[in-house]
Design a protein around this ligand. Structure first.
Ligand code: SF4
Ligand code: SF4
Length: 322
């Protein structure tokens, strides 16, 4: 099931955000309206999936009808995962009301020393409300010496013992801050350090898409295996849907191809179409070794991130005819 962007604006302005090309201020600020939301639900019903619907943004708790959207999905017995930074004014209210309902929350957090003003109160109150309903996700940054704060948060608020880590990826347009080539080894080392500390607390790590396996040395990969945190990161996305109803492969590829969901008979047809238009470019990797690497396939590594690899390709021609 897709990622529904309920809003295309956010209370944070992270320079590394890879949604930047599809969001305000690059695009007019929009909240998904009732007709678009209900139309997408009817469209999704044509595909027999039981995977959760992801409510995202921007920041989903900024949507003026967030509670109605959640109620509508629950009434239809559709599983929900909310992706939120929990730093909005309404986040403590929503998390208190919804904490007993079967909703999972994935909280994208920055290190607590970066929380400003009322953000701290809101995030802490919300995490206390959610407890094991919440798991955290964040990018391993080259300028953060360690990420032990994540383990402290899990312990302090009794959160789900699971962390999803990512490496900051560039959009196709390279309009965000992303890792320099020499920083991959730095963040790989920090990831292993976090995995070691996490394992001591019974916390496991998983990986966002676009993390190249070869950023890690063989010794690091072996250690991650032993710790039960094997690197698994492909380039095979659930589709994203903008508040306007435009569907696209993933946020970093937004500027390359997007079509209104109603142009496709079903979600499966949309997914197949996006896989088809990007298939000719799947052999391009982030380094020459990708050409002969046995991990080179969408659900293993696929040369790390397709959006990053397509940047700078001359004569790029994505065929967007249906
Ligand atoms: S191009 Fe692939 S790896 Fe990059 S963000 Fe999209 S799905 Fe993830
Ligand atoms: S596919 Fe490319 S980026 Fe991925 S592990 Fe192999 S060489 Fe590295």
């Amino acid at each position: 099931m897709p990622n529904l962007m309920l809003t295309n604006w956010c209370n944070y302005k992270c320079p590394f955000c890879f949604g930047i090309d599809g969001m305000h201020p690059k695009r007019p600020a929009r909240a998904m309206d009732d007709d678009t939301f209900l139309g997408i639900l009817a469209w999704l019903k044509r595909t027999e999936y039981k995977a959760p619907i992801h409510l995202m943004g921007g920041e989903p708790t900024l949507h003026p009808k967030f509670e109605w959207i959640v109620d509508t999905l629950l009434e239809r017995d559709l599983p929900i995962t909310v992706f939120s930074n929990l730093a909005t004014e309404k986040a403590p209210v929503y998390t208190e009301k919804l904490s007993l309902l079967p909703i999972n929350w994935v909280v994208n957090v920055n290190p607590p020393y970066k929380w400003e003003g009322r953000q701290r109160d809101r995030i802490e109150a919300s995490l206390a409300n959610l407890g094991t309903r919440a798991s955290i996700t964040f990018n391993i940054m080259p300028d953060e010496a360690d990420n032990d704060w994540a383990i402290d948060l899990i312990r302090r608020f009794n959160l789900n013992k699971h962390i999803k880590v990512g490496f900051i990826l560039p959009t196709y347009t390279h309009s965000n801050v992303s890792l320099r080539e020499d920083e991959y080894a730095v963040v790989a080392e920090r990831t292993v350090r976090l995995a070691r500390r996490a394992a001591q607390e019974g916390i496991d790590l998983a990986y966002e898409c676009g993390v190249p396996t070869c950023a890690f040395t063989d010794a690091q990969l072996g250690e991650l295996w032993r710790l039960g945190n094997r690197v698994m990161s492909g380039c095979y996305s659930r589709l994203d849907i903008q508040p306007t109803g435009e569907v696209f492969y993933c946020l970093p590829l937004y500027t390359l191809a997007a079509k209104h969901y109603s142009e496709f008979p079903t979600y499966d047809a949309a997914k197949a179409w996006f896989e088809k238009i990007y298939a000719p470019y799947r052999r391009i990797g982030r380094r020459l070794e990708c050409a002969t690497c046995n991990l080179m396939c969408p659900d293993a590594c696929n040369g790390a991130c397709l959006a990053a690899n397509l940047n700078g390709i001359k004569n790029l021609k994505i065929d967007t005819s249906l």
